[in-house]
Write a protein that binds this ligand. Structure first.
Ligand SMILES: [Zn+2]
Ligand SMILES: [Zn+2]
Length: 416
């Protein structure tokens, strides 16, 4: 008996540090990404109009630290089980090989998703909800800090899963470590409050079988539907997926929302169509010359001319016209969001915003785009799918925005 206590107590500090550290690192990482890229596009992907309540993050953090503590109390039991031979955590990698490692990890995730779905649905039963699950739902607009924000009974339910699974399936330590990382990353992504998955995770797309931030956020917002953790399978099978999920996800990540949102790539916002200014000095587009020509940005807010940049084979893009060309005081609109204060007085008209566009093997053009809207520069891919349209895709990390520009010549023709 004493020996078992010794094994338990010597394993516990490491297990506690890993459970707590994993949560703190993942939640901090997600919160930092949200802060860094909020203005650059994530604000546009915010899922609920309301903001997290006052003091909510602190409450979520404290409850999560308590959960990590409970996880470690249960996790240290695994060390005892391993010592006693009740479970197998094999150490010699050659014992089972890489294929078993991958398959056992996949199985662990699928079984965990199943366990989570049914435990979660049970905890929504009116007899169990208050005791088990109300704490988690105090966060109506979740933040990454809510990842482990559970009442003690709910923490025990979740913490019991890995020891139970190991009673049946032997795992390698690397597999368990990978599981811990995947689990917490998917968890903080689900609670990000703004959609952090790319369009490829949309229903019907190749990663569409995975849950997204929209999926779990709808669970917090609606209080029912979307009980799954990693995958959509159980919700689809049991008819518990939110009927609005597909529409909401697509509306949040679609290029159309990019075009109407404040984060749009170029120039000032303006509503209506077709500026009279298009009639001014519009060159016909030379279709064979890639993106060379004059292009109208969404909402006719700007006209950008793309041409070879002085001597180099690369192409550059310059703002030639702005709908919103003067500020409140009647001065030419300046580059007032630039991170370099000495550049803020330069006028936007005449400013080069696309630079170093070079042809890629895929038939597009790649370079840099400066967005005066947020004063940031992004990597951009430019394509010309038809003679009259140009697509501009700018990416920051895994967040991509796509805009369609129209040839000025086509709009001028429509005005004749
Ligand atoms: Zn719930
Ligand atoms: Zn949640």
């Amino acid at each position: 008996m004493n020996e078992l206590w010794h094994v338990y107590l010597s394993a516990w500090p490491t297990v506690w540090a890993m459970d707590t550290g994993r949560y703190l690192v993942a939640a901090t990482l997600m919160a930092t990404i949200l802060a860094l890229f909020w203005r650059a596009g994530l604000a546009r992907r915010k899922l609920q109009p309301r903001d997290p309540a006052q003091g909510q993050r602190r409450r979520e953090l404290l409850a999560s630290l308590r959960t990590a503590f409970i996880f470690s109390l249960l996790g240290a039991v695994v060390a005892v089980g391993d010592h006693q031979g009740w479970i197998t955590i094999y150490k010699d990698f050659r014992q089972a090989g890489p294929l078993y490692l991958v398959l056992s990890l996949a199985l662990l995730l699928v079984v965990h998703d199943t366990y989570f779905y049914w435990a979660h649905r049970a905890m929504h039963h009116r007899r169990l909800f208050a005791l088990f699950h109300r704490t988690h739902h105090l966060s109506r607009t979740p933040t990454p800090w809510a990842a482990y924000s559970f009442a003690i009974p709910e923490a025990i339910v979740h913490g019991a899963f890995v020891p139970l699974f190991l009673l049946v399936v032997p795992m390698h330590g690397i597999g368990l470590l990978a599981f811990g990382i995947v689990q917490i990353l998917r968890n903080v992504m689900g609670h990000a409050g703004a959609e952090v998955h790319s369009a490829a995770f949309g229903p019907g797309r190749w990663l569409g079988w995975n849950n997204t931030t929209t999926h779990h956020d709808l669970h917090h917002e609606a209080g029912r539907y979307n009980y799954g953790l990693y995958f959509r399978w159980w919700d689809k099978l049991m008819g518990t997926e939110h009927p609005d999920y597909r529409r909401k996800f697509e509306a949040t990540v679609s290029p159309a929302s990019a075009a109407t949102a404040p984060g749009r790539a170029i120039a000032r916002a303006i509503t209506c169509v077709v500026a009279g200014g298009i009639l001014l000095g519009v060159d016909p587009v030379h279709a064979q010359e890639g993106p060379v020509g004059r292009w109208v940005t969404p909402g006719a807010s700007a006209i950008v001319e793309i041409a070879p940049c002085g001597g180099a084979p690369d192409l550059c893009g310059t703002i030639r016209w702005l709908w919103d060309n003067v500020d409140d005081k009647g001065r030419p609109r300046g580059d007032d969001r630039n991170s370099d204060p000495s550049l803020r007085s330069r006028p936007l008209v005449g400013l080069s915003i696309l630079s170093g566009l070079a042809r890629t093997a895929g038939g597009g053009w790649e370079g840099r785009i400066y967005n005066p809207e947020d004063g940031q520069t992004y990597r951009a891919t430019v394509r010309r799918p038809t003679a009259d349209t140009l697509t501009i895709e700018g990416c920051v990390l895994f967040i991509c925005q796509k805009q369609v520009w129209r040839s000025a010549g086509a709009l001028a023709a429509a005005l004749r």
